[in-house]
Structure formats: structure tokens, C-alpha cells
Design a protein around this ligand. Structure first.
Ligand SMILES: *[C@@H]1O[C@H](CO)[C@@H](O)[C@H](O)[C@H]1NC(C)=O
Ligand SMILES: *[C@@H]1O[C@H](CO)[C@@H](O)[C@H](O)[C@H]1NC(C)=O
Ligand SMILES: *[C@@H]1O[C@H](CO)[C@@H](O)[C@H](O)[C@H]1NC(C)=O
Length: 677
């Protein structure tokens, strides 16, 4: 070992830098739009009380008289027709999983989307904010900002600020309505601030033998839930590729994105000594209960599901349906053919196959046959939520699974998606394994791979939620800020140190996966069986020089992660400072990402064993990934999850350009975080 290190020192090493996401400096036009977008999401439920000027401006806008200002008059007419007949009243709960409510929201979204210019969009949104149901308005508005050409990369406030009741438990929100009860007060700048402390669900009603609660800090993490919200806005199931020009991997991203969430979740289970997920049967009692202590903004509680309960009889019709649809999808996977809606059949063991499969499983607008394959995603949520049927079409009580911002809180989510991801594996396992030559590149040799000490800990984080609360309008003073202080998982920043020997200068792709080492029963995982649990934490392209290349990659750079968004009040005052003075305002050309804090699963005091898999290969072709949410990024054009995405055949991933490495993740309690080991 030592002679090798010494040699390394003598040889000329090249240091290779990584790329960052672009930041841009905002111009005046951007700043003005950005400010208006934030204004449009400010206290959505009280437009008239909060700013009468905006309210009046919205009420003055006449859509019908200005129909020539929208590029798709049919979309305008459709919306107006609905609006004049009936739409979900303000104050009621909204969910995308009720077809008539979805139709209303889509009509509103299309009205926003087809406004010819920003001014028309702005006026339309001001009007809608006064007159349309808040939930429909918020979803349509977020999607319009994400899709419109003239609002490219305009930032959106994190959803936990706009809809805090979808992210925090009732007892905290209840207290926060009475600022005077707060035991912590601060004055920061021009704002009076009241802070309430919050815990995760389990501490209030502990069910001693219900182990799923151990994961509440993860499943209820507001950053994780906001990530899932944005993930599902990336290709909303209700949009069709033909209308919105989607890339042809939406179905594949749906499957792989969920597989990644599942793998991240499994790592968190392991470190909490929880076994693998059990299977379930639609005919038998369902193990995982869910006891949310959450309340919708209209006062109705989130539905609960008792542990080990039978599926209620009012779900039977959906159960019949989902069983048929699951078996149709299985036969598509096993025969290799998906039936279109006419006489066409589509073969799925080719380049486009995974995408076709993802589309029929999600049952999105691109599904080749919605009637035949339905949507097991939607049906599964409908059944497992245990919520009652609405008594009239505008009185719904959706379950946590029927709202993207709350789905990850319910343990049933992971049972359902295990089933869906199993379909993905079934498809993958029918494919021919990679041939060794497709994976081994002898001209690229990993000389060393090390990682700084990995330490996780809990830190307190304050979320401003006043924007989503009912406030007494105040004439002159700024409204006070109400914040919730909650502990959240984080880790110390760390670096990967990689040395690669390349026989010539080339563009290479590096992939790093994090996976389990031992099962929850402390049994060593065998190779093929554990590969599917590996979670891709980084993937980037770099230029290698001939000879030795020393690479340092920081955890902050990992390809899909993002730091916490600034609280809106901070963001907004920076905007104003830039508008009314010459301060520059920088923004990222992306809206959201996976929370960097959650890159690593919680460790253990004595160190929790995991393993990393490092893989280096020449770039096949560069693929320019573009997304209004995740930003632009250049990838090596290979399948999602490459090279771990196919069955293994007499190969143990033991080439020179790949490496497994055992690691330990440590966890520090709050009180000893500043002690250095
Ligand atoms: C309402 O908005 C207008 C225009 O943006 C602004 O001048 C006014 O101060 C605001 N009023 C209140 C009460 O915030
Ligand atoms: C949080 O939970 C701890 C026990 O785990 C309890 O002592 C504390 O009072 C709780 N705090 C709040 C604000 O609910
Ligand atoms: C089949 O779907 C296409 C669009 O995907 C649609 O244009 C066509 O009308 C459908 N045919 C039938 C028979 O439903």
C-alpha cells in the first residue's frame, strides 16, 4: 500500500474539477415576474383581506371580453363553460384523483397556459385567485409557471409554506393560530416572529409495538415530501406528450424515480433495524396501519387505517378492478406485447419498451390503452387510503395517498410502490444480461477510492408557515411570521476522493451507488440479490487526462440534490432589494431537487455498515437532459440505473473500472455533535 502511495506522489497528477448547475443573474424583467409570482401565492385563501388593490385588479379582469388574448380560444371557452355551470367551491378540499375535480383543474391550467403574454397570465391568475378553489388554483398555477415559456426558471415557494396543513400535524397548527401561545419570540428585521416547536407523529400517540413509527422522521420530512410533490409535477399524469412536448422517457422516469425513492427508504429501514417490506394480498388483512394526526384546511381530519385490517367492503369494486389490471400488465410483461386501443400491439423489449410500460402502469395520458390497463397507481391509492366515498361530488375527503405532498407519510405508499417496482424488475429480469465486454473497460482503472468520515445528525429547522394560515389583516404593519421548529436529518458535508488511471484523454462517466451490506437480520447480502437495492447517489461526466486523474467530488455537488430553499420572506426581500437598488440577484436554472440533507441514511453511533459501488466508463454519447424543475444536465446516454439494471450472469462486477467499497455511517446525537471524534 505505502509504496503505491509514494509512487502516486511522484507521478504528475491532474486534478479534475466538476461542473455545477448554472446560476444566472436576474434582469429587471425576471425580477418583476418573479415578484408577481410570489404575490400570486401570498395568502391565497384571503385575497380581499390581504391586499385589496390586487383583489380589485383581479375582479376587473374579464376573460370573456379578452378571449383574443389567449392562443387557444377553445380552452378558454371550455373553462368558462365549466365556471358558469359549477366548480369546486372555495374552501373545499381538492385532490387530483377525483376525475371531475381533475377536469376543472386542467381547464384552469390550460387557461393559464394559453394566455398570450405574461400580463394576460398575471391578470388571469389574479382573477382565479379570487374566484377559484384554492387547491385547484395552486396546482394549476404551479404547473403554469413550470410550463410557460415566459416564466422559465421563475422560482416557486416551497409547498410547505403555501399548504402547511399538508406537512405538519394538527396539534402544532392549532397552536400556531394563537401566536400569543408561542414560547419563543424574536424580532428579525421588520418582522415579529413567533416560533412553535414540533415533533413527528409518533411521540404523541405511541403505539409501542408498531415499528413503522420509527421512520416518521424520514417519512414526514418536509423536504422529502416537497421533493415528491415536484417529482409528480415533472410529467403530470394528466398531461399528454402531444400537447406539451414531453420527452420520450416519462414512463421510464416514473418507474426509475419511484425505484430510487424505495431504495432510499430501504436504507433508512435498515439503519432502524426494520426488516424488508412484507408483501400483501388484496384478499387478506393489510398489515401497515396509518394514524395521521393531520387536518385539512376545512377542518376535516385525514382518514386513518387500522393495523391488520380487512379492506372495507366499499373498496371491493376497486379491488376487482386492480386485480384485473395488474394481471393484464403482468401478461404484457411476460408476453412482451402491450395492446393499443385499436388493433395495434406494441412490442416492449426494445428501446422504447420501458417507457411504454411505465405509461400503462401510471395510466397517464400517454398510456396506449387507458381503458384496458387503467391506472394501478390511482386504484392502489384509492383502496389503501380507506377513505369513504364522497356523498356529493364536491364533498371529498381524500386520503393522504391521494395528495402528492402527503403520500410518503403513509407506510402503505411503500407497500404499493414495492408492488409497482416489482413489475419493473420483472420486466428487467426478462432481458438478456450484459455481456462482460459491455461493462469492463480495461483502459480505465480505478486506483483508489476513499470517502471522508460520514456523520449524520439531527438539526433544528424553522419553516415559515404564516403564508398558509388565516391571518388578521393589519393595516400598516407587516404581518408577523409564524414558524415551526422541527428537528431534521442532515449530514456533515463530505468528499469522495477518486483516482483513475486512463490510458488516454477521454470523456468518462462516473456513477456512485449506495447500497446495503447486511440485511436487517445481520446476514451478509449476496451479490445479485442486493443489487436492486442500490440507490444512485451521483452520476456525472468529466474529462479525464491520459495518466492518473485525481478527482474530488463534494456531497453538495451530487447530481440531483438541492439545498433547502430560502424562506419566502428572505427570498422576497432579496428580490425587492434587487429591484429597488442595484444589488444583483442570482438564481439557479432549476426549481427543485432531492434534499441534499437526505443523501445519506441515518447512521449509528458505532457506525452503520453500507457499501458504495463506483463505476467508471467512457461516455457513449452525451445526452442533454432538460427539465424545468430539475434543470439542465448532461448525462452519459445509458439506461436508467446502468450498469446495475439488468440480471447478473456469472459476473461479480469485478473489473478494473468498478469497485465495491465498505463504509460506515456514524450518527451523532444533538448534544455531542460538536465533539470531534
Ligand atoms: C398591495 O399591493 C400594492 C401594489 O403591489 C402595494 O402598493 C400596496 O402597498 C399593497 N398593500 C398592502 C396592504 O400590502
Ligand atoms: C417532543 O417530544 C419529546 C419527547 O420525545 C417531548 O419531551 C417534547 O415535549 C415534545 N415537544 C413538543 C413541542 O411537542
Ligand atoms: C386510440 O387512441 C388514439 C390516441 O392515442 C385516438 O386518437 C383514437 O381515437 C383511439 N381509438 C379508439 C378506437 O379509441
Amino acid at each position: 500500500m505505502f509504496p503505491r502511495l509514494w509512487l502516486l506522489g511522484l507521478l504528475a497528477c491532474s486534478f479534475v474539477n466538476a461542473e455545477y448547475y448554472n446560476t444566472k443573474t436576474a434582469d429587471k424583467d425576471f425580477l418583476l415576474k418573479q415578484k408577481k409570482v410570489y404575490n400570486l401565492l401570498y395568502h391565497v385563501s384571503q385575497p380581499a383581506e390581504i391586499n385589496y388593490t390586487w383583489y380589485e385588479e383581479g375582479q376587473k379582469w374579464d376573460i370573456e371580453a379578452n378571449i383574443n388574448l389567449y392562443s387557444n380560444p377553445a380552452a378558454v371557452k371550455e373553462f368558462l363553460y365549466m365556471y358558469k355551470n359549477s366548480m369546486l367551491p372555495r374552501g373545499e378540499v381538492f385532490s387530483l384523483y377525483y376525475p371531475y375535480l381533475l377536469k376543472e383543474m386542467v381547464a384552469l391550467f390550460r387557461l393559464f397556459y394559453y394566455a398570450n403574454d405574461f400580463e394576460t397570465f398575471y391578470k388571469t391568475a389574479l382573477w382565479a385567485r379570487n374566484n377559484i378553489n384554492e387547491g385547484e388554483y395552486i396546482i394549476a398555477f404551479y404547473n403554469a409557471v413550470i410550463r410557460r415559456q415566459d416564466t422559465k426558471f421563475i422560482q416557486l415557494p416551497p409547498p410547505y409554506e403555501v399548504c402547511p396543513y399538508l406537512f405538519f400535524n394538527s396539534e402544532v397548527l392549532q397552536k400556531s393560530h394563537h401566536a400569543s401561545l408561542s414560547d419563543l419570540r424574536e424580532t428579525s428585521g421588520e418582522y415579529k416572529t413567533y416560533i412553535f416547536r414540533a415533533n413527528y407523529s409518533g411521540w404523541y400517540m405511541n403505539r409501542e409495538y408498531y415499528l413503522e413509527n420509527k421512520l416518521n422522521y424520514f417519512m414526514e420530512d418536509i423536504g422529502l415530501n416537497a421533493y415528491y410533490f415536484f417529482f409528480r409535477q415533472s410529467f403530470p399524469f394528466w398531461m399528454s406528450s402531444s400537447e406539451f412536448g414531453f420527452q420520450d422517457y416519462r414512463g421510464a422516469e416514473y418507474l426509475y424515480g419511484h425505484q430510487q425513492i424505495m431504495n432510499r427508504y430501504y436504507l433508512e429501514r435498515l439503519t432502524n433495524e426494520l426488516p424488508n417490506l412484507e408483501d400483501f394480498d388484496w384478499e387478506k388483512p393489510f398489515y401497515a396501519g396509518y394514524y395521521p394526526t393531520m387536518t385539512y384546511q376545512n377542518g376535516l381530519p385525514f382518514p386513518q387505517r387500522p393495523e391488520w385490517s380487512n379492506f372495507p367492503s366499499y373498496k371491493y369494486k376497486y379491488i376487482t378492478d386492480i386485480k384485473d389490471k395488474e394481471s393484464r400488465i403482468m401478461s404484457a410483461i411476460d408476453t412482451g406485447y402491450v395492446f393499443g386501443n385499436g388493433t395495434t400491439k406494441y412490442y416492449i423489449y426494445n428501446e422504447d419498451g420501458l417507457n411504454i410500460l411505465g405509461n400503462i402502469i401510471e395510466g397517464n395520458e400517454d398510456s396506449f390503452n387507458q381503458r384496458f390497463y387503467g391506472s394501478i397507481d390511482a386504484l392502489g391509492r384509492k383502496i389503501l387510503g380507506y377513505n369513504l366515498e364522497p356523498s356529493s361530488k364536491y364533498k371529498i375527503l381524500p386520503s393522504a395517498l391521494e395528495i402528492f405532498s402527503t403520500s410518503l407519510r403513509d407506510p402503505a405508499f411503500y407497500r404499493l410502490y414495492k408492488r409497482i417496482v416489482d413489475l419493473y424488475y420483472r420486466y428487467k429480469m426478462h432481458q438478456t444480461p450484459y455481456n462482460k465486454d459491455e461493462l469492463i473497460y480495461p483502459n480505465l482503472k480505478i486506483e483508489s477510492f476513499s470517502i471522508d468520515k460520514l456523520i449524520t445528525y439531527f438539526e433544528q429547522f424553522d419553516t415559515t408557515i404564516s403564508n398558509g394560515l388565516f391571518m388578521d389583516a393589519q393595516k400598516d404593519d407587516k404581518l408577523p411570521l409564524i414558524k415551526i421548529r422541527q428537528p431534521r436529518l442532515n449530514h456533515k458535508p463530505f468528499n469522495f476522493h477518486i483516482t483513475i488511471n486512463s490510458d488516454k484523454a477521454m470523456k468518462a462517466a462516473i456513477r456512485i451507488f449506495l447500497g446495503p451490506k447486511y440485511s436487517s437480520h445481520h446476514k451478509l447480502y449476496e451479490l445479485p440479490e442486493n443489487l436492486k437495492y442500490f440507490y444512485e447517489i451521483d452520476n456525472w461526466i468529466l474529462d479525464l487526462n491520459a495518466g492518473l486523474n485525481k478527482i474530488t467530488r463534494n456531497s453538495q455537488e451530487c447530481f440531483f440534490t438541492i439545498n433547502d430553499q430560502e424562506p419566502s420572506e428572505v427570498f422576497y426581500s432579496k428580490l425587492e432589494a434587487s429591484l429597488y437598488s442595484d444589488k444583483t440577484f442570482n438564481y439557479y436554472e432549476r426549481i427543485f431537487g432531492f434534499p441534499e440533507r437526505l443523501l445519506l441514511p441515518k447512521g449509528k453511533k458505532e457506525g452503520m455498515p453500507f457499501q458504495l459501488f463506483l463505476y467508471v466508463s467512457p461516455v457513449s454519447t452525451e445526452y442533454q437532459f432538460t427539465s424545468r424543475i430539475w434543470g439542465d444536465y448532461k448525462f452519459d446516454n445509458r439506461p436508467f440505473g446502468f450498469p446495475l439494471d439488468k440480471p447478473l450472469d456469472n459476473f461479480n462486477y469485478d473489473g478494473p473500472n468498478m469497485l465495491f467499497k465498505d463504509i460506515l455511517i456514524y450518527h451523532k446525537e444533538e448534544f455531542d455533535i460538536n465533539i470531534t471524534y
